[in-house]
Design a protein around this ligand. Structure first.
Ligand SMILES: [Zn+2]
Length: 673
């Protein structure tokens, strides 16, 4: 804690002295954190329209809000009403549900549109590029005290600082309107109008933290999207990112206990117009298995010449300001320390997983090769994806250096007390790492199983994309995960007979293995550019795995997977279409978690099973192969999937199929025979 305070104030001083101009995102972010309120004026019957939102300030007082020498919004206290509309048919069923569950409001149907209305008592509206009403200062009460309380209340919201979007707009996209409104109503809400990053507008409510494990989260509000509709784009198209992260080069040194130092060099490729404010996702902290916070301290951000860059880092979001605008590739260096290498349940391993433990853009900008150097104290062994350049010892340290020369997402690193068995199967080295020991027979069996599955996939998914593949035991039960060139798989896969618990989980081990291996194709070779396209990784991996099961266990086992998918999907299908599954939030209801799974995995896989049955083996496998071939190392969208299917199936239009079963809530019917 102490270190973080010193570090951040030090950096702030530095950056202030270096760049005292408007590009100083650190100073600007501070200004937005502590805005100035003008003397209030009485307002009556004032209406503000932004996108599909209208705020009516019926009667009360309002103050102009300024930050960094500009009026950037207003703060209103009194009685008001908001009216929000969405005409996006894709989200209609979910909006009806979420409006009720999260905001306690009925979404009224008017023609094709749904309308949500609620009264509010306070509105804090920040804008950029949006005309604001001219408030005559001076004839109202002072709102400073109320405003302070408002800020304290909304500080419970676990969302990134509003300033990061507003500053990006202010510095780089002055003609692209943005707004963030904090609405104090019976159910608090935030409205976001974003034509800069997400290119969407959203009405977001909150669900309170109800757990007890993490004391710091008591009173926290978790965002829950009620509606999100695209602005100026089609929901089905890939959203161009502001920049690509195209290379990640890091050195991680594990110190004593859980401490780490992390030096990261990133190559950034701006994608469109020159800009000087770059936003990254970066964890502010993680909670360990005891509910204790482990912080990521960002010590510095420098350019390639070693100059300090101004930055603001808060709430899992990092905004970096360059001294001038650029649209040519450049490098940034980040120094990070902290005690974030925590050991789950005191076990002898740690993991930096798929969460943003280094600065990174959203999914559509994650497209990076990796060079890594990881130093861990003996007797730990570290694993990072990619080709092994060297495994060496330096004093007390075991060191591993890797390179991944294909663009990926989700770089991970893990280390612990592991026994390792490595086997070269012709063209692929499969490394199996078992926690806290070595069971050679089991390791060899798993290595062979993985290789057999890879060989089954290759004829219709293409050559296995990596020369080395790590299968790493996670000392827990019941899940698998597939970072690039890696499978994390829980202990029952390694020791199926050791306990009754293990036996329960190990029943589906072939299926899970096949699913995780398929992710090397579905997720890494072809990528999802947003969470709305997550079925491209999950449903395609799941369906691919069922073909392995069919091969290993026969038609009956395959048919039974299909009927499980259909049964699971039937109910969930009514809640939302597949692309919006990640938005399902029903407070206090476990079924929202299941609905998500049942849509992305089960309904998605079932849709593919129906497609397979409709077109037959030849066309279906050509379809799979074409997706993997045409979109190798690219982002794939469902729109492109429909186009490829059309080409494979003699020009038949597949847009209606995906509109009904993917973008819509219908369940397809399996052809007979
Ligand atoms: Zn998966």
């Amino acid at each position: 804690m102490r270190r973080s305070l010193i570090a951040s104030s030090f950096t702030l001083l530095f950056s202030l002295s270096l760049h005292a101009d408007s590009t100083n995102v650190a100073a600007l972010a501070e200004a937005y954190e502590h805005p100035a309120l003008a003397p209030a004026s009485k307002v009556q019957g004032l209406s503000i329209g932004i996108g599909n939102m209208t705020f009516e300030l019926t009667s009360g007082s309002a103050s102009a809000v300024s930050a960094g020498g500009q009026i950037v919004g207003l703060y209103f206290v009194g009685s008001g009403k908001y009216t929000y509309q969405t005409a996006e048919s894709v989200e209609a069923p979910l909006v009806v549900l979420e409006s009720k569950k999260i905001l306690g409001r009925t979404a009224e149907k008017q023609g094709d549109a749904l309308t949500i209305q609620a009264d509010f008592t306070e509105l804090y509206l920040l804008t950029g590029g949006v005309p604001l009403p001219d408030l005559k200062a001076g004839d109202g009460e002072s709102l400073d005290e109320r405003f302070k309380k408002h800020q304290e209340r909304f500080a419970h919201a676990r969302r990134r600082p509003s300033s990061h979007l507003l500053i990006r707009q202010r510095l780089d996209r002055p003609v692209s309107p943005v707004a963030v409104a904090e609405i104090d109503a019976a159910e608090a809400a935030v409205y976001i109008y974003d034509t800069v990053e997400a290119k969407s507008e959203a009405l977001v409510g909150f669900t309170p933290y109800r757990g007890t494990a993490i004391r710091e989260l008591s009173g926290a509000w978790f965002p829950a999207i009620v509606s999100e509709q695209p602005v100026g784009r089609n929901r089905r198209s890939f959203v161009d990112p502001a920049y690509l992260l195209s290379d990640l080069d890091y050195t991680l040194t594990a110190g004593d206990g859980d401490s780490a130092t992390l030096s990261v060099t990133e190559t950034i490729q701006p994608r469109s117009m020159p800009q000087d404010a770059y936003r990254f996702n970066l964890l502010s902290n993680v909670w360990d298995t005891n509910g204790r916070s482990r912080e990521f301290h960002l010590l510095s951000v420098k350019d390639d010449a070693g100059h300090d860059m101004a930055y603001h880092f808060a709430k899992n979001s990092l905004l970096v300001g360059l001294p001038q605008k650029t649209n040519v590739p450049f490098k940034l260096h980040f120094e990070i320390t902290g005690d974030f290498l925590f050991h789950p349940h005191g076990d002898s391993f740690w993991e930096l997983g798929t969460e943003p433990w280094f600065p990174q853009p959203d999914l559509n900008g994650q497209y990076y090769t990796v060079h890594s150097l990881v130093r861990v104290k003996q007797p730990y062994t570290a694993f990072a994806p990619g080709d092994t350049i060297a495994r060496t010892r330096e004093g007390d340290f075991n060191v591993v250096e890797n390179r991944l020369d294909k663009p990926v997402q989700f770089a991970v690193v893990l280390a612990g007390r592991y026994g390792v068995s490595e086997e070269k199967h012709e063209d692929i080295t499969i490394r199996v790492a078992s926690y806290a020991g070595q069971n050679d027979a089991a390791l060899k069996q798993l290595s062979n199983l993985a290789y057999k599955m890879i060989k089954f996939y290759e004829p219709w998914l293409g050559p296995f994309p990596f020369k080395e593949f790590n299968i790493i035991e996670i000392h827990e039960l019941g899940y698998g995960q597939a970072p690039p060139a890696t499978m994390f798989i829980t202990k029952e896969a390694f020791n199926p007979i050791s306990s009754q618990e293990n036996q329960i989980f190990s029943k589906g081990i072939n299926h899970r293995f096949a699913h995780e291996i398929a992710h090397q194709y579905w997720g890494h070779v072809v990528k999802m550019g947003s969470v709305e396209e997550q079925w491209i990784t999950e449903a395609f991996a799941e369906y691919s795995s069922s073909l392995v099961i069919k091969k290993l266990k026969g038609d009956g086992a395959y048919a039974s997977m299909i009927s499980t998918w259909r049964a699971n999907a039937n109910d969930a299908a009514k809640v939302a279409p597949i692309p919006l599954a990640n938005r399902i939030t029903i407070p206090n209801d476990r079924s929202s978690f299941l609905d998500r799974t049942f849509l992305i995995y089960d309904k998605g896989a079932y849709v593919l099973a129906v497609l397979h049955k409709q077109v037959g083996d030849d066309k279906f496998f050509t379809f799979m192969r074409s997706l993997q071939g045409i979109f190798a190392w690219k982002f794939l969208t469902t729109r492109d999937i429909a186009k490829v299917m059309q080409k494979v199936d003699d020009g038949k239009d597949y847009v209606p199929f995906f509109e009904r079963y993917y973008w819509g809530t219908e369940m397809p019917v399996m052809p007979k025979g």
